[in-house]
Design a protein around this ligand. Structure first.
Ligand code: ZN
Length: 213
């Protein structure tokens, strides 16, 4: 009898816990067990590209990277490391080393584009020129989701010999979701909701690429 009472008490507590858990926790986490390094490009004395009213690429990159970290963790159930969480300078080698030393499954570097032509705007995502199949698949899927979200011209899924892509040992991509030098785009990038939507698009691309179905 005593045992039965204990069992029902335990079951009752478990049911209460389940009922009070957020639905996101109960739903299958598509990226559970996966490790991501999210890299906010530039920082410290290196602002990256600059918008017409002075918005810096380094600050937008950090906002998108932080949003992506939160989304990957909360919706994806993934484990995430940011290369920087504040406005500091890191060498490209240090960024790659963080991912290599930790044994990340994927490396995502967040950038925004710049041009001397202030009307230039579009979306591009890069993988390394070594043309790793897995990196290219991730790149293509993130590119497709970003284009859908930004509604900007599709400048294509490309390859480049970028140091962070060359020096990372795991599949890696670099996103250039839009041009901060375009006045309309700079204004849009000041809106936290748009910044969050860019991060969410990258998350969707990652889930398309490797999420548990
Ligand atoms: Zn950049």
């Amino acid at each position: 009898m005593g045992q039965a009472v204990k069992l029902s008490t335990v079951l009752g507590i478990l049911l209460t816990l389940l009922a009070t858990m957020p639905t996101a926790v109960l739903a299958a986490a598509p990226l559970a067990g996966k490790k991501f390094v999210v890299d906010a490009g530039h920082g410290g004395w290196d602002p990256g590209a600059k918008g017409p009213t002075g918005l810096t690429e380094k600050s937008v990159n950090l906002r998108v990277a932080t949003s992506l970290r939160n989304i990957l963790t909360e919706y994806g159930g993934a484990t995430v490391k940011l290369t920087r969480t504040d406005d500091r300078f890191l060498t490209l080698k240090q960024r790659a080393q963080i991912a290599n030393n930790w044994g990340a499954d994927r490396f995502i570097s967040i950038h925004h584009n710049g041009s001397t032509n202030k009307w230039a705007n579009g979306t591009e995502v890069y993988s390394h020129t070594r043309n790793n199949k897995t990196s290219n698949d991730l790149r293509n899927k993130v590119q497709a989701r970003l284009v859908k979200t930004t509604k900007l011209p599709n400048f294509g899924a490309k390859t480049a010999n970028f140091a962070v892509l060359r020096q990372t040992w795991m599949p890696a991509i670099l996103t250039e979701a839009s041009f901060i030098t375009n006045p309309y785009e700079e204004a849009r990038l000041k809106n936290p909701e748009y910044v969050w939507r860019q991060a969410y698009a990258i998350y969707q691309g990652i889930v398309d690429h490797m999420g548990k179905k």
